[in-house]
Design a protein. Structure first.
Length: 456
């Protein structure tokens, strides 16, 4: 009897040398972002105050592959290639005929997939002479990743963390400060947009949209400063495709290929990172991989939002983006999965969903934590609250396979560990968490403010 294989590993020379750009293969190209004042398509000059020119070029590129700079690839070697696991013990626990694999991005210095784009963005900013970068963060994984990357390239870093997550996860602040960055709870008194929100809603838990506004406001006031975004934008999603490209090689080594690929979706970078290289197989080679994006039921932009132009932030500083949205002033419930509390979805993921090329599902947080705890018992890894959403969907697919008697192959991205999220698990075990059901009034209120905006 052959021994079971648990880990599928790659060598450092198998780290991909290019990022994959799905824009080259999309049957329907996304509509252009619009300038917030003129409502006309934005040009490179409009984005130059925020991003270095090389990232702006990547944002609009139609090339299928973009070379990874050698300096970036060398830093990737600190944690890449990341391992893929065959979840034999989980399969047994679930009593399913399905084969379950997961890619584990929690081995990165920041403990999540976010470092893949943080290093790339810091590199391009350094090449343009940028001295300081501002950003937002929800649960803190992106803020941690950028703090690490900025330290590697000797760039100052300032992070605006969503207030509810700032309060829920005190050790995240200490971690970010350990890498030399400054961190503030958002909304803050440091910016006009933050002060305006606090005046209107003194007890607000904050949101990613508000934190983005504050970070952008700070960036545009300093010519030596740029802004970095941890998700949503095309170039960010492209940087993450190194995950799925490694998965293609690992699945080949395992002698398998997924029927279903699953990942959580807050802005879209995690989901895009693992799924886009497999969607490339669908779009160019006739494969039929199902790609399922999973969101919180309390912030269901993909499943209950509208596809239309909206701002990426609460104050309206960003270009208008064609995306599924709940409205930029939507106030998501204070769930522990801070990285998924975002009102919109990336332009690329939104267009793919609109065209029926990907699927979306929304799951309540109690089901997610139940799945996360079960996964930990089987596989020995505590998943981040965001990652539990993908795991919950895996459980659903595994049950479907059991009911249908199908031995499908399921692959999901375990995007980060939960070692700094133990308060969330404590609250779950103490019965302090509850599911949150949005009313039709709550859903309509955020979208009502978009009346008169361009329709996608």
């Amino acid at each position: 009897m052959a021994e079971k294989q648990y880990k599928i590993l790659l060598s450092e020379d198998e780290i991909p040398r290019q990022w994959y750009n799905i824009q080259a293969d999309m049957p329907n190209k996304p509509l252009p972002p619009l300038h917030p004042a003129t409502k006309q398509p934005v040009g490179p000059g409009d984005l130059a105050p925020l991003f270095p020119m090389e990232l702006i070029k990547q944002e609009v590129s139609q090339e299928r592959y973009i070379e990874i700079p050698e300096e970036v690839r060398e830093i990737y070697k600190l944690w890449r290639p990341t391992p893929m696991f065959r979840a034999h013990r989980l399969e047994k626990m679930l009593d399913t005929p399905a084969k379950i694999y997961y890619k584990y991005e929690g081995v990165s210095p920041s403990g999540s997939h976010k470092t893949n784009t943080a290093v790339a963005q810091a590199y391009y900013n350094k090449m343009e002479g940028v001295k300081r970068i501002t950003t937002e963060t929800g649960a803190g994984q992106w803020g941690t990743a950028l703090a690490i990357a900025c330290q590697m390239f000797d760039i100052e870093c300032e992070v605006f963390q969503v207030r509810i997550s700032y309060n829920q996860k005190p050790y995240r602040k200490a971690l970010i400060e350990s890498f030399g960055a400054k961190i503030y709870p958002s909304p803050s008194e440091l910016t006009a947009s933050g002060r305006k929100i606090l005046e209107q809603y003194p007890d607000t838990p904050g949101s990613l949209g508000i934190a983005i506004s504050e970070a952008i406001e700070c960036a545009v006031q300093d010519e030596n400063c740029k802004y970095a975004l941890g998700s949503v934008l095309n170039h960010v999603l492209m940087h993450q495709t190194i995950i799925g490209q490694e998965c293609l090689v690992q699945m080949e080594k395992a002698g398998d290929f997924p029927d279903v690929v699953i990942a959580p979706l807050g802005g879209g970078s995690n989901f895009a990172g693992i799924s886009f290289p497999f969607l490339h197989q669908n779009l160019t080679q006739g494969k039929k991989v199902r790609a399922i994006a999973v969101e919180p039921a309390s912030c269901p932009k993909l499943t209950k939002g509208e596809f239309r132009y909206d701002f990426g932030d609460s104050a309206g500083f960003t270009p208008l983006l064609p995306m599924y949205t709940l409205g930029h002033n939507f106030r998501p419930a204070a769930i522990h999965a801070g990285g998924l509390r975002y009102h919109g979805a990336s332009v690329l993921c939104s267009q793919l969903l609109k065209d029926g090329l990907i699927e979306a599902n929304a799951i309540q947080q109690l089901e997610c934590f139940e799945a996360g705890v079960a996964f930990a018992k089987a596989e020995g890894i505590i998943p981040a609250p965001e990652a539990t959403h993908g795991i919950a969907q895996v459980f659903r697919e595994a049950q479907r396979c059991k009911e249908e008697g199908k031995s499908e192959t399921i692959l999901f991205n375990l995007c980060g560990h939960g070692f700094l999220d133990m308060q969330a698990y404590t609250d779950y075990f103490d019965g302090k968490l509850a599911d949150h059901y949005l009313t039709d009034e709550e859903l309509k209120s955020g979208l009502k403010e978009l009346e008169g905006y361009p329709v996608a």
